[in-house]
Design a protein around this ligand. Structure first.
Ligand code: PLP
Length: 382
């Protein structure tokens, strides 16, 4: 079968060939990293080499990196392992933050976002003033659905004035923009390997030397007691290689942004009733586009694209036979109807101009058909 046109990099990015090789090589290493013999030391070395590479991606020290099973676990670890008395997060976070905060048992406060998808800093300060202290402020560095980049340095500055700890979920930002942990001023930062060419099921929580954290998974005391369990050596090796490659990914973002902008301009020229979500956002991930096509559900659009051999995502998700409207779209102020008509197109290293043209041709085709159907429905009603 012909390879599909893959425009869903924010869901997961293809594994890089050098990552695949590193994973295979590490699988040949038999030792348990906790064993003191030579085979164990060899496995330990693979992990420690990867730790240096992952730390370098965000300007941290190797010992600050706690390897986890991915972004979801790292986010849960900080939300549940923090000694903070309350959690302050935003309305556009990933579900694993919203659900993790709720299940932490601590009071949770949600900071609203502006229509362009940026956290409202005045509301943040107001919430910080009234929340139980110290609070943990957890704000994502870049949004997964529409790409809004958050003003993390300002978020940290304001939060520190109230004695809060600060966490950022940088899962979508990594490999798409430079990340300097110290410049962001955060105490904790989350990464996930599969979003930038690494294996699925491996990630990290990166914390500063003074950031407190209790372990969620206890046992053999691996990861300096912060996350027990024999490490996933092969995936960690691949994660390290992907972290090095991520520096190169970032240099490709200008080329990717041009294709993304072309896509959005072409859609706006063809369909003045289509909405490019987050267009007014001052800072957006270069690879992400979120579009609302009038009168057509996101699910229908995803299916239409799939029939045209194109992979994209819809903001809404179907669970238990019901379509769940994206909380991100609702937080941006879209009504349920518009919110359920959103799709996400996310580009990456392998995206070509031809891919974009084929996507546009399929989108225009569906748009024209929908417009005709809608016009005849209106005529029938009148
Ligand atoms: N945070 C964000 C912003 C994400 O987009 C995702 C995955 O989509 C996650 C966290 C979860 O990461 P993982 O898939 O590694 O559990």
């Amino acid at each position: 079968m012909k390879q599909p046109i893959y425009l869903d990099y924010n869901a997961t990015a293809p594994v890089l060939p050098e990552v695949k090789q590193a994973v295979l090589d590490a699988m040949d290493c038999t030792g348990n990293p906790s064993s003191v013999h030579s085979a164990g030391r060899q496995a330990k070395k693979i992990i420690e080499d990867a730790r240096v590479k992952v730390a370098a991606l965000v300007g941290a020290r190797a010992r600050d990196v706690v390897f986890t099973s991915g972004g979801t676990e790292a986010n849960n670890l900080v939300l549940k392992g923090t000694p903070a008395a309350s959690i302050i997060t935003s309305t556009i976070e990933h579900d694993c933050i919203l659900a993790g905060a709720k299940s932490s048992g601590k009071p949770v406060y949600l900071v609203p976002v502006t229509n362009s998808g940026v956290v409202d800093l005045i509301s943040l300060a107001e919430i910080l003033a009234k929340a139980e202290k110290p609070a943990l402020v957890s704000i994502m560095l870049a949004n997964n659905e529409m790409g809004a980049i958050q003003p993390m340095t300002e978020v940290s500055q304001i939060s520190k004035e109230y004695g809060a700890f600060v966490h950022t979920d940088a899962v979508q930002a990594a490999g798409k923009m430079n990340i300097d942990r110290d410049a962001l001023g955060v105490d904790y930062l989350t990464l996930s390997g599969h979003k930038f060419g690494g294996p699925k099921g491996v990630g990290a929580l990166i914390l500063t030397p003074t950031a407190p954290l209790s372990a969620e998974i206890v046992g053999g005391g691996q990861e300096l007691g912060r996350r027990s369990g024999t490490e996933n050596v092969a995936s960690i090796a691949g994660f390290g290689v992907a972290a090095i490659a991520a520096f190169d990914n970032i240099t490709q973002m200008e080329r990717i942004e041009k294709m993304r902008d072309h896509l959005e301009i072409a859609i706006s020229q063809k369909a003045d009733d289509a909405i490019v979500v987050g267009k007014a956002c001052p800072d957006r991930l270069a690879n992400t586009s979120c579009i609302i096509m009038p009168h057509t559900s996101g699910e229908t659009q995803v299916m239409h694209m799939d029939l045209n051999n194109i992979c994209i995502s819809s903001g809404s998700a179907c669970s238990s036979g019901k379509v769940k409207v994206s909380h991100v779209m609702t937080a941006l102020g879209f009504d349920a109807n518009k919110a359920s008509n959103s799709i996400r197109i996310s580009l990456g290293l392998g995206t070509t101009e031809t891919d974009i043209e084929q996507f546009l041709s399929a989108w225009f085709d569906l748009y024209d058909r929908t417009q005709k159907r809608h016009a005849s429905e209106i005529k029938a009603e009148s």
